[in-house]
Structures are given as C-alpha cells and as structure tokens.
Design a protein around this ligand. Structure first.
Ligand SMILES: Nc1ncnc2c1ncn2[C@@H]1O[C@H](COP(=O)(O)OP(=O)(O)OP(=O)(O)O)[C@@H](O)[C@H]1O
Ligand SMILES: [Mg+2]
Length: 350
C-alpha cells in the first residue's frame, strides 16, 4: 500500500522549506463581524436596530485556504496569483495572505471587479457562543476585462520558471466569472503539455473535465461526472479505478480522486493505489478538506515523492485539518509526523 518509512516521510516533509509554489486562482475573503446584541442601537434614519460590531476576524478563503495550508506545512515560498477588486476587501485579503508569508506581487487589482467576500455577521451570546446570521456575499457577476486577463496570462506564463510547482484553485462555478476563465484554462493546459515534469495540479469545482495535460484532483462526484459515470452514493474501489482510468486517459497525467472518509484513489499510468482515509475520532469539520489535500500533495511531489506517496501527504494533512472545528484548519509538520506514525500503526502493520 504505502512503502514510505518514517525517515523518508520526515525527509520529504523537512525539504518543504526549499520549495516554491504558485497558487493561481480565485482568492476570496471570509470576513466575520462579531456583534454584541446588547449594544444594538436603533438607527435614527430607519428606526431599525443597527448591529454593533465589537470584533472582526478576517481570513483568506478558496485559493487562500490552500496558501494557509502550505504555509503551515512549512513551504518556503508561496506566490499568490489572482485578481482582486480595488477595494477595502482586497486590502484585507492582502493583509491576511501576507500574515502567512505569501508573496502577493502577482495578485493584481482590477477596477472592474470585486474582491469576492463572504461577510458573516456573528451574534455573540452572553455564554460566549457565536451564532451566524444572514451572510452577505459579494461576488463578481461579470467576466474579467480582456486587459486584466491578458496580464494574468503573462503572469502565469512567467511564474513557471520561478517555482517548483503550481496549484490551480478554480473555485467559481459559473463559467467566465472566476479567474480561471476558458482562455486562462487553455493557457494552463498548454503549460502542462510543455512542462510534463513540473507538478501542476488543478482543483476545479465545476470544470475539472475540461483540463488536459495537468494533474487533477477531483472529489468523488466531480470525478464521476467528468468521467461520464453515473454513480449514486459512495464510490467503490473498483469504480474509483475505472473513473481514474478514464480521467487519466484524457489528461495523460496523475489523477487523485478524493473519496471523503474513504481517503484517496491515485492513478499514475498503469498504477492504481487506494489510500484508505484515516478515521478520526470525535467531531469533524470537513470544510476545506480538499484544499488541505492539495497542500499536502503538491510540495511532496516537488520534493521527489512518488505520486502515491504524495497522495498520502494529502490524505494525512486533511485528516488533521478536519479535526479543527469552525475553522478551515491547517496541519503543521510535527502533526504530520505524528499522524504518519498513527497511520502506519493502523494500516501497514500486519
Ligand atoms: N471523514 C473523514 N475522515 C478522514 N479523512 C477525511 C474525511 N473527510 C475527508 N477526508 C480527507 O479529505 C480529503 C478530501 O475530502 P473530500 O473528498 O470530501 O474532498 P472535497 O469534496 O473536495 O472537499 P471540499 O469540500 O474541501 O472541496 C479526502 O481525500 C480525505 O483524505
Ligand atoms: Mg473540493
């Protein structure tokens, strides 16, 4: 199943500091406004209660979650490439990314765009608990301008020579409304064809079936859809083998099919490996599990791990982050080493 020794696992992990990666795609801002209901004041203009904010928490999401995870894993240099609006949310997003040490030079401002933002008003109760009330979403409803798209494409082409690996976080489902527009997608596929040895992994919520010459990492339903397979419910190992075979036929590269609590199926040429999920005890929060998986896989590939071994880094990173409730969570190298030992004890000792 997995032939990694603890020593080799640690060696790969310890070399993450020498690795540079670009994270290209949709950067969102999650903004939590903590409201004290006891301070509510009626508005003179409307007579309605005005919520009073006593604290703020901001956190870059989507591609930003991948950056957070790479940072926690100790990746040396992370280049954020994408587009924000020329707005306050863009400023907050940049502050958040910089706190994680990201290089944000490639994050450009487009006057015609918004910084996609989920604003989450949280009522703070006297017992200290928080309750989320109606969220306010800011999203782009028009495509990027041609000019912005042109510059973005130049940035993407230029970054290939500056990094060891590339992650594409294509989060926006509507065609044309995110950073990975059909034209940008074409450029990414061309880069993949030109650089078959560069780890270039794509995660795409709605369009994974449209990528070629790149490593893809769909979840079960995204993968089944892209492979034209109609599978209701859970996917068996045989079905995962068939889905990844079909997808790899199209992409010509490694396919990671994530299977929730069932772990990850890895197809690399004729080799197929199923890495069982690490079953954790207690409550879990699976938001961002896919991003943690990506953040484990790509630096491991850059460090020379085999496709299947890199999948294990993703599997273990996600098993750690899902145990962090109410936040997308991250995994640190020491936690990874400890989880590796637990995983080995459970699955590899006979
Ligand atoms: N309940 C679980 N127990 C253990 N590991 C899990 C569990 N759920 C998810 N994982 C880990 O997280 C990985 C990604 O999960 P999943 O297949 O649900 O991705 P996803 O649907 O893309 O997630 P996201 O909602 O973040 O986009 C899995 O491959 C597995 O390693
Ligand atoms: Mg996902």
């Amino acid at each position: 199943m997995v032939n990694l020794t603890a020593g080799r696992f640690a060696e790969i992990l310890d070399s993450f500091g020498d690795i540079s990666l670009a994270v290209i795609g949709d950067y969102f801002l999650d903004k939590y406004l903590i409201i004290d209901p006891d301070l509510a004041e009626p508005s003179v203009e409307t007579g309605l209660d005005a919520h009073q904010v006593v604290a703020k928490r901001i956190s870059p999401g989507a591609a930003g979650t991948v950056v957070a995870n790479l940072h926690a894993l100790g990746v040396g240099l992370i280049k954020a490439i994408g587009v924000t609006g020329c707005d306050g949310e863009g400023f907050e997003l940049r502050m958040g990314l910089q706190q994680w040490g990201a290089d944000i030079i490639g994050l450009m401002e487009d006057p015609g765009s918004f910084t996609p933002t989920y604003t989450k008003p949280m009522l703070k109760h006297s017992d200290g608990t928080e309750q989320e009330i109606n969220r306010i979403d800011i999203r782009n409803r028009r495509p990027l301008s041609k000019r912005t798209e042109d510059i973005l494409i130049k940035r993407i082409r230029a970054c290939v020579d500056e990094v060891d690996g590339i992650i594409i976080a294509d989060q926006v489902a509507e065609p044309d409304l995110g950073v990975i527009s059909p034209r940008v997608r074409e450029v990414i596929c061309q880069l993949g064809a030109k650089r078959p040895a560069t780890p270039l992994l794509v995660d795409s919520r709605a369009n994974i079936g449209q990528f070629a010459n790149v490593i893809i990492k769909p979840n079960a339903s995204e993968g089944a859809r892209a492979a034209g397979q109609d599978v209701g419910g859970e996917i068996s190992t045989d079905q995962a083998a068939e889905i990844t075979r079909r997808l790899a036929e199209r992409t010509g590269r490694t396919v990671y099919l994530t299977l929730g609590h069932n772990g990850i199926a890895v197809r690399d040429g004729d080799e197929f490996t199923h890495l069982p999920g690490y079953q954790v005890a207690g409550p879990i929060d699976i938001v961002g599990a896919g991003d943690s998986t990506t953040a484990g896989i790509v630096p491991a590939l850059c460090a020379g791990a085999s496709a299947a071994d890199a999948g294990l880094f993703g599997n273990l990173a996600a098993s750690i982050t899902i145990q962090q409730i109410g936040t997308t969570g991250t995994a640190a190298p020491e936690q990874m080493k400890a989880r590796f030992a637990q995983y080995q004890a459970r699955y590899n000792k006979h």
